[in-house]
Design a binder for this molecule. Structure first.
Ligand SMILES: N[C@@H](CCC(=O)N[C@@H](CS)C(=O)NCC(=O)O)C(=O)O
Length: 206
């Protein structure tokens, strides 16, 4: 049986949503993260989630690989698009953008300033810079959603499942979302979606 390792409310939430969207027969297990001696490191030495342990014991990490892999288990799903299509390229483009510019580029300095300096006095400045990066990184997403409900093809795709995680985190990062009304509207739709309600309940967030 394939297993997805998650931590409640972490970036693994997107893959968990996809499992609910597609009703995939995949076991979901909570991993303890941010702990050097967690037994989870025997499965995934990086200690990060999400990670997908396949039947043959291959470990697949990275949202950029896991999200498309899960969708491809249901060929033809509206969450993704056929190989060789522009839509598929655009969905993957947004997944890449979210994982790099938004997650690592902005949220990592906000949430993990210790990865950028050993000097604790520098942490507030690093967080502040991360918040500025976040405001910049959200602009193209806000522009895209001003006249559209979803990022690609007028339907909920893998890119939206992933976007919801970061808009949710942004909502908790002070008053930032006030300047992003389209993203606020997106978050309301996201939180109302059945698969998201189910995933929040499964992760103990409801
Ligand atoms: N590039 C990875 C990032 C994964 C990641 O940083 N996950 C966080 C949770 S959102 C984590 O497990 N952090 C624990 C740690 O870094 O030790 C991906 O997109 O899958």
């Amino acid at each position: 049986m394939t297993t997805l390792f998650i931590s409640p409310g972490a970036c693994s939430f997107a893959a968990h949503v996809v499992i609910h969207e597609l009703q995939l027969p995949i076991t979901v297990e909570r991993a303890t993260i941010h702990t050097p001696d967690t037994p989870y490191r025997q499965i995934n030495p990086s200690g990060r989630v999400p990670a997908l342990l396949l039947d043959d014991k291959t470990l697949v990490t990275e949202n950029t690989a896991i999200l498309p892999y899960l969708a491809d288990l249901r060929p033809g799903t509206s969450l993704f698009a056929a190989a060789g299509t522009t839509e598929r390229a655009l969905i993957q483009s947004w997944i890449g953008y979210l994982g790099t510019e938004v997650h690592v580029g902005a949220f990592r300095p906000i949430n993990r300033p210790e990865r950028y300096s050993t000097d604790e006095a520098a942490f507030p400045g690093i967080r502040q810079r991360g918040l500025q990066q976040l405001a910049n990184a959200l602009k193209p997403l806000e522009a895209r959603l001003r006249d559209e409900s979803y990022l690609v093809g007028n339907r909920f795709t893998l890119a939206d499942a992933y976007l919801g995680v970061f808009v949710g985190w942004s909502a908790r990062a002070g008053s930032l979302l006030r300047d992003f009304p389209a993203l606020q509207g997106f978050l309301e739709r996201y939180l109302a979606r059945e698969s998201v309600v189910q995933t929040r309940a499964a992760e103990g967030l409801a």
